[in-house]
Structures are given as structure tokens and as C-alpha cells.
Design a binder for this molecule. Sequence first.
Ligand code: ADP
Ligand code: MG
Length: 291
Amino acid sequence: MTRVIAVANQKGGVGKTTTSVNLSASLAMSGGRVLLVDLDPQGNATMGTGVDKNGVENTIYEWLLEDAPLSQVVQKCNGSFELVPSNLDLTAAEVSLMQMAEREYQIRNRLQKEATEYEYVIIDCPPSLSILTVNALIAADGVLIPMQCEYYALEGLSALLDTIEGIKSHSNAELKVEGILRTMYDPRNGLTRDVSRQLIQYFSDQVFRTVIPRNVRLAEAPSHGLPAILYDRASRGAVAYMALAGELRQKHEREARLMSHQNSELPTANESADSEPNTEVRSDLNTDRDL
Ligand SMILES: Nc1ncnc2c1ncn2[C@@H]1O[C@H](COP(=O)(O)OP(=O)(O)O)[C@@H](O)[C@H]1O
Ligand SMILES: [Mg+2]
């Protein structure tokens, strides 16, 4: 089964692209095929993957607007994940999309037809709640929300959660919040710890246990056109994204087990025990120690 994850937060600079690229690379390193869709006209995920956004023949524009097949659009990245590249043409696509029938379903329709062989599809959303982001949310099984633990972090989150609720009730009932990811985490900063505590208080187990530390290797890697795990595998940033990939996979395996138990008429006692949710107590102390 292909899982589609939209990495979204309408705030810029919170770590969406860094997360999309490094999570894609980590998932590809630890398992099956991964497709990263760069849905931001800035093309940062494209450049950060080592693909020249202005030199490629086909981009997401040709895929969405000119019916180019996915196979002719994807770029293979360093033997790791595959990428649908993007550049400023996507801004024009946004305008054309507005005039199309089923304009919000374009990405979903294409992924359902053409992306069935991937284990994961990761969509790097632009910093807005535009038609592009709505397309991603309608195509997605889950939304991963990167957040920087700073004073204004929660501002804007309710608009995103409202959008997600709206899409759930009208267009994609299966959509769920995959998790909130604390990025650029600095455990020495008291404000970071306070905001982190608040997030856990409000969103409890929707907050990923893995935190992404502030790490210079994560910021340097894109200028080498590489995900951090290929640039410096032992760096704290790379290790954190590998841990995130592990946490995500475990969560999905648990969900799949639960689903199959729910579908079987008479689960055995053992199977029921197996499907117990992870009740490990989480606290900021754990978080800090993880770093
Ligand atoms: N964990 C991190 N540690 C250090 N720098 C980071 C980290 N995550 C992101 N950055 C840097 O912060 C900036 C914004 O991150 P980016 O992933 O582009 O955010 P977004 O896609 O949400 O706009 C980039 O320069 C990136 O390299
Ligand atoms: Mg970005």
C-alpha cells in the first residue's frame, strides 16, 4: 500500500523542505521506493536533492498541466528516492489549475494512477494554504506538520487544522494528522522547552517522539545537493531523520496490524495484546535525553 504524506505548514522557514528531503532519503535507505513531490515553486527540495531546477526537461508543471507521464518527469536521486522536480513554472500552473474541473483532485488522480509502486510519497508543500496545498491534502493519507518551538509557533496552526478538518468533511474523509514534528530544537533554550511542553499538552500523542535538533549539517547539505544522510551520515541531524523514519514506519505497521485485527471477526487474545497502542510515557526530559 502506498502512503502519501503531505509535509505542510503555511509558515515559511519551519523545516518543511528539510524534513521532506531528509525523511524521503531516510525512508528510502531503510525500505522501499520513495517518491518526493516538490510542490513549491521555489524548488528548494529540487535543488536540495541535487537537481538543477531550471535545467530539467519536465517538472511538476508538465505532469499536472500537460499530461506528461510520471515516468518521464521523475528524477532519480543518488540511488536514493525519486523526485518530481519543481520550479517557478509551478506558479503558472497554479493559475491554470484554478480554471480546471476537479482542480483540487489533480494530484490525487495522478498519484492513484501512476504512483502505486511506491511505499511512500512525500509532498513538500509551499508556505501557503493555496490550491496547491489543498491538492496535496486531498491526495494525502496523513499530514506531517513541522513546527519550530518558538513564541509564534502556534499562531497559524489553527488555520491549518481548520483546513484539514474542512478537507476531511468534504473531500478526503481518511485524512489524518500524521504528527507534529518539532524542528530546529534547542534543548538549552527555555522557551523551546516551554513551547514543546505546550504542544505535548494540547496534542499529546500526535507529537512525534523524535525531535529534530538545530544542526548545521542539515543547513549545509542542500548546498551540496544532498540529503544530510548522504552528506554526513553520523551528524545529529541525519541521525534524527533516520529516527523519524523509524518512528513513522513503526506507527504505520501498528496501524496496519490494528486494521487487520479489526477486519478479522474473532481476534485471538494474543493478537489483541499485540495491537495495544504504545503507552510509553513521554516527557520533555525524555526528549532532551534523546538529543
Ligand atoms: N534542524 C535544522 N537545523 C539547522 N537548520 C535548519 C534545520 N531545519 C531547517 N534548517 C534551515 O532553515 C531554513 C528553513 O528551512 P526549510 O526546510 O527550507 O523550511 P520551509 O520549507 O518550511 O520554508 C533553511 O535554510 C534550512 O537549511
Ligand atoms: Mg520549503
